[in-house]
Design a binder for this molecule. Structure first.
Ligand code: AMP
Ligand code: MG
Length: 338
């Protein structure tokens, strides 16, 4: 199959909407990462997403809508959900709600809940408006790889597998949406993102974070969200993450880097001058900039065929939890606290 990559505009959006109506898969930009979309209520179309991504069938998809009233008949919207939608939609917050039988089991991997989100990116929003369908869309990477933050990243993973990629430039947030479980008594963050547990608690009073966000699952422990049990965000290189002051991190990384072959460093801007002429790349100066840059850097490391990555992290709390969850998983939880 030939894969077209078109700048997002009136005509290409119409074309994408037609493809959606015909049960095809199209990649499009959102404010978090690029999504790989298809009609969420069309079983065959949803199966085509799983096939293009090589995604395990037990990992459910997020259903995207342009407007709240598109959720009617798809899930049970609670009062808490209404309050959070008022505060954070459109935006990078996915809500888990109990589904109706109209949502096919393939979309939710057989789970009784469905994940729903209303993206704020103008291209995603316009596309969802134009097609008028709820669109199931996971990140547009091949399963296991770092999520795509540019149309070029999508092309790298999806060329020959899907008919169309809409190019809307690079994604603002850079890591996937916050996944918030609203099916229990207290809202619980299953996957951290740009909307933090603190943000949620400021609106609805309380919010917990799943304990497995920053550690590997224990033997026999069931994942609160299926996405957590799969290898994820992984570059080809082996990665280790160091947390501490710039000086402590630089000393620890330099000691290892100088013993290693074909290594590269990802560090905060304030620490970069400490690495001399070694191969070091910027992760920005704040957790938010780190989130924006992380997946791009991991893909660059893959392109350079780096064998080892030594990365500087942040303390895994508040705003930094989103980027640290991705870094920890990319490093298979090889974290060094200094
Ligand atoms: P992706 O869209 O590729 O970023 O992945 C969507 C994430 O949401 C994955 O981690 C899924 O496991 C999670 N997810 C989607 N639907 C559900 C659900 N019904 N219950 C729990 N987790 C879900
Ligand atoms: Mg994904």
């Amino acid at each position: 199959m030939e894969t077209l990559c078109l700048p997002a505009g009136k005509e290409s959006l119409q074309k994408a909407a037609e493809l959606f109506r015909a049960g095809q898969v199209v990649a499009f930009p959102t404010e978090t990462v690029y999504g790989l979309g298809a009609d969420a209520l069309n079983e065959e179309a949803v199966r085509a997403i799983f096939a293009a991504k090589e995604r395990p069938a037990d990992n459910p998809l997020i259903v995207h809508v342009a407007r709240r009233n598109q959720l009617e008949g798809l899930c049970r919207v609670t009062d808490t959900a209404e309050q959070l939608m008022d505060a954070f939609w459109p935006g990078p917050l996915t809500l888990l709600l109990m589904k109706t039988s109209r949502v096919p089991d393939v979309t939710t991997a057989g789970l009784p809940s469905v994940a729903v989100r209303c993206p704020s990116h103008p291209v995603a929003h316009e596309l969802l408006e134009v097609c008028g369908l709820p669109i199931a869309a996971p990140s547009a990477n091949r399963s296991g790889r770092p999520s795509p933050t540019t149309a070029r990243d999508v092309y790298e993973d999806m060329a020959g597998r899907i008919p169309l990629i809409l190019d809307g430039g690079s994604c603002d947030v850079g890591v996937e949406s916050t996944v918030l479980d609203l099916t229990g008594d207290v809202p619980c963050v299953l996957r951290p993102g740009a909307i933090t547990a603190e943000d949620v608690a400021s609106i609805v009073g309380q919010c917990t974070v799943a304990s497995s966000v920053m550690r590997p699952l224990k033997e026999g422990e069931s994942a609160p969200s299926p996405g957590m049990k799969h290898r994820h965000y992984a570059p080809k290189a082996k990665m280790t993450v160091f947390i501490g002051t710039d000086e402590a991190v630089a000393a620890a990384i330099i000691a290892r880097y100088d013993q290693a072959e074909n290594a590269a460093i990802l560090a905060h801007d304030s620490a970069l001058p400490l690495f001399g002429g070694r191969r070091a790349f910027s992760l920005g100066s704040t957790p938010r900039e780190g989130a924006h840059l992380l997946f791009r850097r991991l893909r660059e490391m893959d392109a350079l065929d780096v064998s080892l990555i030594f990365a500087q992290g942040w303390n895994a709390e508040g705003e930094a939890l989103a980027v640290m969850n991705r870094m920890a998983r990319a490093a298979a939880f090889d974290l060094v606290q200094l």
